[in-house]
Design a protein around this ligand. Structure first.
Ligand code: ADE
Length: 244
């Protein structure tokens, strides 16, 4: 898979692309990431990529021409073009999965006070990483790139995906490592028992409990086994008692 990122701040991506799992995935040719500086495409005599908005108002708006010329220089029939912006569809793990199937994903990083709306005629989708405003799309593009690359075959062990958060709308179960006891806090006994069936049961319960505590709305969408359904019912009943 190839991800092309259109940005006027290529230096922001340096650490991201040369560290840890993302670096390894690129070096092993499991993913290709290209940063395209669209300032290099501007036809403005002062090298500008933005201008004041028609109709007045504060701030500067990104110009159509440099972004679209940069886009045309890399776009193929297999490309899917995404504009990063707070007004888009909210990014979630289902979107990560569908994006990870795309051959060539192009992410455009907006900046300043916005972009010329006509750019959207060349865009397949606008994506927001949450209901808050960043200074630009670069951090959002890194979030999207990171979440996709870790799903590509060979990047991390297949088993790692099995229990991770958002699989089947559940958060991942609690995890512990050495030492067995620290500052008076102990590891749940069952995890030290070596009894795999009991450990699986504990983890399944822990996953439901954590989802109930932090993201209850996800549980309504989850497909639960009869055992998990029973745990969910008990948690709901206990909560109702507490609320009375
Ligand atoms: N650019 C600015 N804010 C953003 C957000 N929340 N998501 C994606 N791109 C952005």
């Amino acid at each position: 898979m190839k991800i092309s990122i259109l940005s006027i701040f290529p230096e922001m991506f340096e650490g991201f692309l040369t560290t840890s799992i993302i670096k390894k995935a690129i070096l092993q040719d499991l993913a290709e990431v290209e940063i395209v500086d669209f300032r290099l495409f501007t036809k403005d005599k002062h090298n500008r990529v933005d201008a004041p908005p028609y109709g007045g108002g504060h701030g500067l708006v990104l110009l159509y021409q440099p972004i679209i010329d940069a886009l045309k220089s890399i776009k193929t029939k297999d490309s899917y073009v995404v504009m990063m912006g707070p007004a888009g569809n909210t990014y979630d793990q289902n979107k990560v999965k569908s994006f990870s199937q795309i051959q060539h994903l192009i992410l455009i990083c907006g900046h300043y006070e916005g972009y010329d709306e006509r750019i959207l005629n060349h865009v397949d989708e606008v994506i927001s990483i949450g209901d808050y405003i960043l200074t630009g799309g670069e951090l959002a593009a890194m979030v999207v790139t990171d979440s996709i690359i870790r799903l590509l075959p060979g990047v991390i062990r297949e088993e790692s995906h099995q229990y991770e958060s958002f699989e089947n709308n559940l958060l991942e179960h609690a995890q512990y490592t050495k030492p067995r006891k620290i500052d008076g806090f102990s590891v749940p006994e069952v995890l030290l028992s070596g009894h795999h069936k009991n450990i699986d049961t504990y983890r399944s319960e822990s996953s439901i409990e954590k989802t109930f505590k932090y993201r209850k709305e996800l549980l309504e969408k989850a497909k639960l086994s009869p055992e998990q359904e029973a745990i969910f019912k008990t948690l709901k009943a206990n909560k109702n008692k507490e609320d009375l």
